[in-house]
Design a binder for this molecule. Structure first.
Ligand code: OXD
Ligand code: MN
Length: 654
């Protein structure tokens, strides 16, 4: 269990502001007249105390309140260009921001949950005691904004009034963090009090880059205080470490769903997108994938793009439907391999004037144009990237190739700039009706491109069993790892509690219209299917086919072959969908993709089984599912051998 407001509130203690009168006096000493007028709009006492304590703790030279006025946003942008946190690029309203070379991804080894004594946390998370975190904050955040301005924004994680939206304060001395926040979250300054009232809570986030030098990064820390729903971040700027409404607050939202909204809400690392099916019907998907595994691409393949990273999901009692909102309204997308062929909707915004884009950690060439690995254009002769000057063939001191851009370089822009964004649906407080839930990972050798669970329980098991190769989104990550629900890095509590909440949610009698639950895998290689090398068996444009088939299946319009792990598509249905994207789909490719390599699948089941056995409070149900699936797979192997063709799977299903 998680207890809120337990232990010392570090911010209140270090700030030392205990009442509203003291807060007001402090505001009067730090805010100019214009900002004093703005802060008077906010009546929520807890929020005012949090802000006052942040000021008292960080001791900025002055404080700027960011309301929803575009003038405020323009002012912050101007400051960002003045201080050099952002620089202009050739295209109007496009800028470049560089993070320090040591700060190019989430600093997982420096990211901690603050825990009270005897508190359970996820077996794969890092924790620090409240006393140690308290000492760190006191030592490092006191006065950290001396000489700097503090910017305070009142944001919402979701559309105003939606059941699962959660308001949050973003307090930082970085203009880049605020200009990014302005694209990624809805500023709700004038209705902040009402949103807090509706939701019953708000999250608090405090960040400062401090002196922002490479030598400071080793002492950087990112803390999530679950009890006080407050994040702290120091000595870094990479948005995954500093834009705390994203993964910092996502963790609190996971806690809220797991411990306080069981059978009501889920908080997932999922894209949301819609597909238009026969007769113009719309079918919405929510899909999980670990960071850097194709969520943005998948989301934009839909006809009705809603979000590319996070989903707040709930059961609507009136309609008995599963509904979802995107807590964000912008994209913080990975650039590597984004090009005209695979990501046309995104690429046009990155190459043409018309919307604000913040690029980070890419190469800027001689024409002040941002360039990245896999952008599909001719490699430039030289440029500047996050490590300084670059030209092809450049090597580090120890002889390693320096890439043109960092593999985790990003672009930040508004969702509404993307042509297929369905703004009306995305901004609706009713959310969208989710009929398909998918789970995927970077799996080069085991699972087929697509399979549909035979029951809600087996769907939960698909999510629990994601295995994926490490990506550049986390500093220092290597190898192939378990990635339960692709949400594991952001699940604060015991995995068993989270799994239990998943089983309860999807089996809830309140859902009259159950979604289908499916596995997706774009990363199967030739080498794993009898060929050679790491060449993928598919390409980005195939995603449309996989989603298209799931759209049909969710609406009862596609037959399937039943296997021990779920339903797989029939060749003819896929062939028709491939015809629709004007691509050959030979039967031989289908056979490679959908044959079962039994030993691999069984090894994966064994891996999960063993790992979950070590965790506490794991529902017995998962072990039963693994046992049943393994037994059925071994039976197939006994009959057909270690590689079972689709025809044999169909025969066995009869
Ligand atoms: C992200 C991540 O940036 O998950 O979305 O790392
Ligand atoms: Mn993510």
């Amino acid at each position: 269990m998680l207890e809120l407001m337990k232990g010392v509130d570090i911010l209140a203690d270090v700030g030392g502001i205990a009442d509203l009168a003291a807060a007001k006096t402090l505001f009067e000493s730090k805010l100019d007249d214009a900002n004093l007028v703005k802060i008077k709009t906010i009546k929520n006492e807890d929020a005012l105390l949090k802000i006052a304590n942040a000021i008292a703790m960080c001791d900025p030279d002055n404080v700027f309140i960011i309301t929803e006025s575009r003038d405020d946003a323009a002012y912050v942008k101007e400051q960002s260009l003045k201080t050099g946190e952002e620089k202009k690029l050739a295209i109007k309203n496009h800028t470049i921001h560089y993070d320090l070379p040591e700060d190019q991804g989430r600093l997982v080894k420096q990211t901690f949950y603050i825990v009270n004594e005897d508190e359970d946390i996820s077996s794969i998370a890092k924790k620090e005691s409240r006393a140690d975190a308290h000492a760190y904050v006191k030592e490092n955040m006191k006065g950290i904004m001396k000489g700097l301005t503090m910017y305070v924004a009142f944001l919402n994680r979701g559309p105003i009034g939606a059941k699962a939206s959660i308001p949050a304060l973003m307090i930082t001395s970085s203009t880049y963090v605020q200009t990014s926040g302005d694209l990624l979250y809805r500023n709700v300054f004038s209705v902040f009090d009402a949103e807090v009232e509706r939701c019953g809570t708000f999250f608090t986030n405090i960040h400062s880059q401090g002196t922002n030098r490479s030598e400071d990064v080793p002492k950087a820390k990112i803390y999530m205080d679950r009890s006080w729903q407050t994040c702290y971040s120091t000595f870094c700027t990479y948005a995954g470490n500093t834009l705390l409404l994203k993964k910092g607050n996502h963790r609190f939202a996971v806690d809220r769903a797991t411990y306080f909204k069981v059978e009501e809400e889920l908080s997932e690392h999922m894209f949301i997108t819609g597909m238009t099916g026969p007769g113009g019907r719309k079918t919405y998907f929510a899909g999980a994938a670990p960071s850097g595994c194709g969520k943005t691409t998948t989301a934009m393949v839909g006809t009705d793009f809603i979000g590319d990273d996070l989903a707040q999901i709930w059961i609507d009692d009136a309609t008995g439907t599963v509904r979802a909102i995107n807590p964000e309204c912008g994209i913080f997308g990975i650039l590597e391999d984004v090009n005209e062929a695979g990501d046309p909707h995104l690429m046009v915004r990155l190459r043409k004037e018309g919307t604000t884009v913040i690029f980070s950690n890419v190469l800027v060439d001689e024409n002040n144009k941002p360039r990245w690995v896999g952008d599909g254009e001719e490699i430039p002769a030289k440029g500047i990237n996050f490590q300084g000057e670059w030209s092809p063939g450049r090597k580090t001191a120890d002889g390693k190739n320096v890439p043109m851009s960092h593999p985790n370089s990003r672009c930040t822009l508004l969702c509404e700039s993307i042509d297929n964004y369905n703004k009306e649906a995305a901004e609706s407080s009713d959310g969208v009706h989710i009929q398909v839930v998918t789970y995927s990972g970077r799996d080069s050798d085991t699972m087929p491109p697509i399979w549909v669970a035979k029951s809600m329980d087996e769907g939960v098991a698909i999510g629990a069993s994601i295995v994926s190769a490490a990506t550049a989104t986390e500093v220092g990550a290597v190898g192939v790892n378990r990635q339960p629900w692709a949400n594991a890095p952001f699940i604060p509590g015991a995995l068993g509690d989270y799994m239990d909440a998943q089983f309860r949610f999807f089996n809830s009698g309140k859902i009259k219209n159950k979604p289908i639950m499916a596995g997706l895998n774009y990363f199967l290689t030739e080498g794993a299917r009898g060929g050679e090398g790491k060449k993928l068996l598919g390409e980005k444009k195939d995603v449309k086919v996989w989603l298209g088939w799931l759209e049909l299946r969710a609406n009862g319009d596609a037959e399937a072959i039943e296997t021990p792990i779920g339903y797989i598509p029939m060749y003819e249905d896929l062939k028709k969908l491939f015809d629709g994207i004007k691509k050959e789909y030979p039967k031989s490719l289908y056979s490679k993709q959908f044959s079962f390599y039994i030993d691999n699948i069984v090894a994966r089941i064994d891996l999960q089984n063993e790992a979950f056995r070590k965790d506490e409070r794991i529902p017995e149900k998962i072990f039963e599912i693994y046992k049943t699936q393994k037994a059925a797979l071994l039976k197939l192997k006994e009959k057909y051998g270690p590689v079972v063709s689709v025809e044999q799977l169909a025969e066995a299903a009869k």
